[in-house]
Write a protein of this length. Structure first.
Length: 387
């Protein structure tokens, strides 16, 4: 029996108990004006085509809301590249969603942010590549993008949105963590996520270049704590370290198929935004309702509960906390999506983490791959700016 046939057979079995998808991530497009080498979008760029239409997205929103979804994130790629963004935001507001735009800011204008405000957008999260203009522009491979981001940050405040900034932290910019916090304070940010890159998509391809050392992470956290101690008001800083240096895995997506639903530009429905790397056949909202997908599809039921768990997860008293860890990470690092996430020190594969982290800070053997860029920027150009 083929894998796909076996999935179809199992899909007809009684469903496991489910809770509604509270958080819907709408990846409107994979097109993007930036080319960051840590992007979590699929490496297979053929998936940038065949995007859902406006009416198809509205159907997804309506069906998810009817099931009880309350929060809707507009993401990508760069969602501002969708000309119907304002229409989709307005429709989501009519349905009662709390809406969040996750954006690089490139393509935003005052006219557009005013339209989004009128449409009812609740929240904007703006990303930066660095606090240094040259490094920011080089990592994103977009000239003058830093200046544009500064202007957008001011517009976000001017239109009374919460100022939420995201800095993706890698070996290339971790040394400037104090400058990042200073810039965030100057921009009057409310919340700042200092998110050390997690290794999926393009970031996995470029891990040798991007992974900070243990000492760099320790120094960065110490700098953040010093800054917090000196604060009297100002931004709330959240520091997210990479899984690779942990001894317990994250509770990925709060458990597979329990809370989060991602819909990709072509309509694929996923339990998490990276799940397409797994050897599973995922459904498409063009062919089935959100409710049918969420409650009955084989792929969504496959890792629900703990029946699927191997040892040591099966008998672990922490399995209800981390759910065995990340399925995508287990697959990327071991080749088996059913295994315990190797981040866990109870995993028989935990030794793999040390073989990876021991190489951090060494000269990488591979060439840095920029997302969709044919002529890659030499790594030395970034190194010269960040030393």
């Amino acid at each position: 029996m083929t894998n796909q046939a076996s999935q179809a057979t199992e899909a007809s079995q009684p469903t496991k108990a489910t809770t509604p998808p509270l958080w819907l991530l709408a990846e409107l497009t994979y097109q993007c004006p930036l080319h960051c080498p840590y992007c979590s979008n699929p490496v297979n760029m053929e998936e940038t085509f065949n995007e859902l239409s406006t009416s198809q997205w509205k159907k997804v929103f309506r069906e998810a809301r009817e099931m009880g979804a309350v929060q809707l994130g507009f993401s990508g790629g760069e969602p501002l590249l969708r000309k119907d963004l304002e229409e989709l935001v307005a429709y989501a507001r009519e349905l009662g969603f709390y809406t969040n735009l996750i954006t690089s800011g490139i393509g935003m204008t005052e006219k557009r942010i005013a339209k989004l405000k009128d449409a009812g957008l609740d929240h904007i999260q703006l990303s930066f590549q660095s606090a240094n203009a040259d490094v920011n522009d080089l990592i994103g491979n977009k000239r003058h993008s830093f200046k544009q981001k500064l202007n957008i940050a001011k517009l976000v405040k001017a239109y009374n949105y919460p100022m939420v900034l995201n800095f993706c932290i890698t070996a290339q910019n971790i040394r400037e963590i104090e400058e990042v916090m200073t810039l965030s304070t100057e921009l009057k940010a409310d919340f700042v996520e200092l998110a050390t890159v997690q290794y999926y998509g393009w970031a996995y391809e470029n891990r040798e270049h991007l992974l900070p050392t243990q000492s760099q992470l320790v120094e960065a956290e110490q700098a953040i704590n010093r800054y917090r101690d000196q604060q009297s008001g100002g931004p709330k800083f959240m520091f997210v370290t990479p899984d690779y240096y942990e001894n317990r895995p994250k509770a990925c997506m709060n458990g597979w198929g329990t809370t989060f639903l991602t819909v990709t530009p072509d309509g694929s429905a996923l339990p998490c935004h990276s799940a397409k790397i797994l050897p599973l056949t995922f459904p498409n909202v063009k062919d089935s309702s959100v409710q049918n997908i969420w409650e009955h599809d084989f792929s969504f039921n496959h890792f629900r509960g703990d029946d699927w768990m191997p040892s040591p997860c099966k008998t672990c008293d922490e399995k209800d906390k981390d759910f065995g860890g990340c399925r995508c990470q287990a697959f990327l690092l071991t080749g088996d999506m059913h295994k315990t996430d190797p981040v866990c020190d109870k995993s028989p594969d935990h030794h793999l983490m040390k073989t990876i982290t021991d190489k951090a800070g060494q000269q990488a053997s591979s060439t840095l791959k920029f997302r969709t860029v044919k002529n890659n920027i030499p790594v030395k150009m970034i190194q010269d700016l960040t030393v």
